[in-house]
Design a protein around this ligand. Structure first.
Ligand code: AHR
Length: 664
């Protein structure tokens, strides 16, 4: 009898304990809460970390137009003529015509005196080498000018060992005082991440060369002179709602003269004036003396890419204040016109009919239909009353000419403190459509701030654009920051709070986007690349899971029948409904290093599917990272789980992001 009593006591104790330990959620599927904007999850592109030149822009030749401050940076002259006295008359010089030609004043002059192949040439090192793929076609082109026709150009791609892995011969045949373009293609017979391009000259006479270029043929959509397909594909896979470009601090410039000027980035590439990249010297521990902006990826290409990947374009322009971390130079209010005009003309460029001046320029570039621009950013991380004074002028002028265009404005470089409070207050008074908040903080900050927007002013017409954020494993701009699971999991948890507050937060983007494994200045970054491939970090997969599981409106998910879970028992949750597929999308993040049993009761839906698609991103080790060379530690895994009536019982793994899709 005693043993029966003891056994039933034990049984009751176990049942009660497990009921207590179970994390019980209640979804109210019939209570639409907030509409989720189609722009909710987007991307932020800046030419930092070799993001454009040497990254997304597929040009393999560095300093192709000899316009770097050091005109031969990236090039080597390979000449045996001077050293050995053979063909002494042959030489290679750089000519600068800046009095006549301001945009692309320099070119190379090759003077040949019966030179033979292998005696006089140039070699380009690419961007930390050139990524070359076996059996792929490479397109070489050059602008040339020669009084008589005689020269032969030998093109060779060599691997790190010096073996030739692709070659061709080009005979420029036009003569006279004009510049011509010569092109040729060849197939590579080897794969190499760090190839160099050698060019040998043969013949006699004078040959002028400029815009020496080599592109792979497998660019995004096969566009000549286009973008690296693997990198664009990574972006497309996120299904981004918007793309913000071209930055970041490069929008503002170190001083006003080095601000990003979109009009100088469209049209023929040889007429796009090259400029030093701000990240060239910005980070003291990672100097990048060869970091320039060729603008081969310019504003037309940005709009085109946005359209290709189905993302709403969000260009950001200078407001007339240079980066306040640098010179903070101001354009006087009376001199603001060119800045203002740039913004107005950009809207016409994007949306105007081909009968307008800038609409015609767009049409002539190949896009007669508008790009459907709906919003524009003025100022990146600007602050102070000078910013507000200038913004008011932009706001009035843009609203007058384009009343439906929404303005995106900065609330500074931190999302708290005096700078933020002042701007946040002023921008709301001005009824600015989107206030751009930036935070680079610790994983703990992200976990602690999952409720940040629960208490935001819901009466204000201004919405939030979380324009730049990333959990920092060490500290902002620290060279040892990592894209580990600790940071990504904290972001995943934090994003539940953005989705739950989708009536307030309507856009969010991780920053920075790309990091080249050798050419980076800032860590962490969403996607890491080398010269041949790209790799999604754990943070990338979090973004991708949110982007591909967006839903159209939120419905409440209560924890223990009370609040939404935003940290209680280390759990974070949000729920949305996808109208098109008629699915309930539940996101639960378990930040505890142990399994947790979750019971989810779905109320308010008359019919529910018998099973749910369950996607899990998980690792027991918070320090785990993905790598370009090894198997990925963190990738989403898909499975299915059965429902019991309207109930899901899940064993949530330690440190996991779980996404469930249930048919309604
Ligand atoms: O994302 C890197 C930099 O961080 C951006 O250029 C700037 O806006 C922010 O300070």
């Amino acid at each position: 009898m005693r043993s029966i009593l003891f056994a039933s006591f034990l049984y009751i104790t176990i049942i009660t304990a497990s009921a207590q330990n179970k994390a019980v959620f209640t979804v109210q599927a019939d209570k639409p809460a907030a509409e989720i904007s189609s722009t909710m999850w987007g991307i932020f592109f800046e030419d930092i970390n070799q993001g454009a030149d040497g990254g997304l822009y597929a040009e393999l030749v560095k300093n192709r137009s000899f316009e770097f401050d050091n005109p031969l940076m990236g090039w080597k002259i390979t000449s045996s003529t001077f050293q050995w006295g053979i063909n002494f008359g042959s030489e290679i010089t750089v000519i600068n015509q800046k009095e006549k030609e301001a945009t692309n004043p320099r070119f190379l002059r090759v003077s040949m005196d019966k030179i033979q192949k292998g005696k006089l040439g140039i070699s380009n090192e690419g961007f930390h080498g050139m990524g070359i793929k076996k059996d792929l076609r490479y397109d070489f082109s050059v602008l040339y000018r020669q009084p008589t026709s005689n020269a032969i150009i030998h093109i060779e791609l060599v691997n790190e060992k010096g073996d030739i892995i692709g070659s061709n011969i080009l005979k420029p045949n036009q003569t006279g005082n004009n510049w011509y373009k010569a092109e040729t293609s060849f197939i590579a017979n080897g794969t190499e991440a760090k190839a160099n391009l050698n060019i040998w000259f043969e013949g006699s006479g004078q040959l002028d060369l400029d815009m020496i270029s080599l592109f792979p043929s497998d660019t995004w959509k096969g566009r000549k002179g286009g973008l690296r397909a693997d990198m664009v594909q990574m972006l497309a896979d996120i299904k981004p709602g918007f793309i913000r470009f071209p930055g970041g601090c490069i929008v503002e410039g170190r001083d006003l003269s080095t601000r990003y000027q979109w009009k100088k980035t469209i049209g023929p590439v040889e007429e796009r004036k090259l400029m030093i990249n701000r990240w060239n010297t910005e980070i003291k521990d990672r100097p990048a003396p060869d970091y320039y902006q060729s603008f081969g990826l310019g504003f037309y290409e940005y709009f085109q890419m946005a359209e290709d990947i189905g993302a709403a374009p969000l260009p950001i322009l200078s407001c007339g204040i240079a980066c306040q971390f640098n010179t903070g130079e101001l354009a006087a209010i009376s001199d603001l016109d060119p800045y203002l005009q740039d913004a107005l003309d950009l809207i016409e460029f994007a949306n105007g009919s081909p009968k307008t001046k800038w609409g015609k320029i767009r049409a002539d570039l190949g896009h007669p239909t508008p790009f459907n621009l709906k919003m524009i950013g003025v100022g990146n991380e600007n602050w102070g009353s000078q910013y507000i004074d200038r913004l008011k002028i932009f706001q009035a002028a843009i609203a007058k000419k384009y009343p439906t265009i929404k303005l995106v404005c900065s609330s500074g470089f931190m999302a708290s403190g005096d700078v933020f409070n002042y701007l946040n207050g002023e921008l709301r008074k001005m009824k600015i459509s989107f206030i751009d908040e930036h935070y680079y903080s610790s994983p703990k900050w992200f976990l602690d701030n999952a409720k940040r927007y629960d208490s935001y002013d819901r009466k204000s017409s201004s919405k939030v654009f979380v324009g730049e954020y990333a959990a920092q494993s060490v500290a902002t701009t620290d060279m040892n920051n990592k894209n580990n699971w600790r940071t990504a999991l904290a972001e995943a948890a934090f994003l539940t709070g953005l989705e739950r507050n989708a009536d307030i937060v309507q856009m969010a983007s991780y920053a920075p986007l790309f990091g080249h494994i050798e050419g980076w200045q800032w860590k962490p970054d969403l996607i890491w690349v080398n010269n041949l491939k790209s790799m999604g970090t754990p943070n990338y997969y979090v973004q991708k899971l949110y982007g591909t599981n967006r839903g159209n409106y939120t419905v409440p998910i209560l924890y223990k029948n009370q609040q939404p879970a935003a940290g209680e028992d280390s759990l974070y949750a949000t729920t949305a409904i996808d109208k098109e597929s008629n699915e309930l999308i539940i996101k639960i993040v378990n930040t505890l290093g142990k399994n947790q049993t979750a019971e989810i009761n779905i109320n308010g839906a008359s019919k529910i599917g018998a099973s749910a698609k369950w996607t899990i991103l998980q690792n027991n080790n918070l320090e785990a990272e993905n790598s370009l060379t090894n198997t990925l530690e963190l990738v989403p895994v898909e499975t299915n789980t059965a429902l019991k009536g309207n109930q899901l019982v899940l064993d949530l793994k330690p440190y996991s992001l779980n996404i469930l899709r249930v048919k309604l």
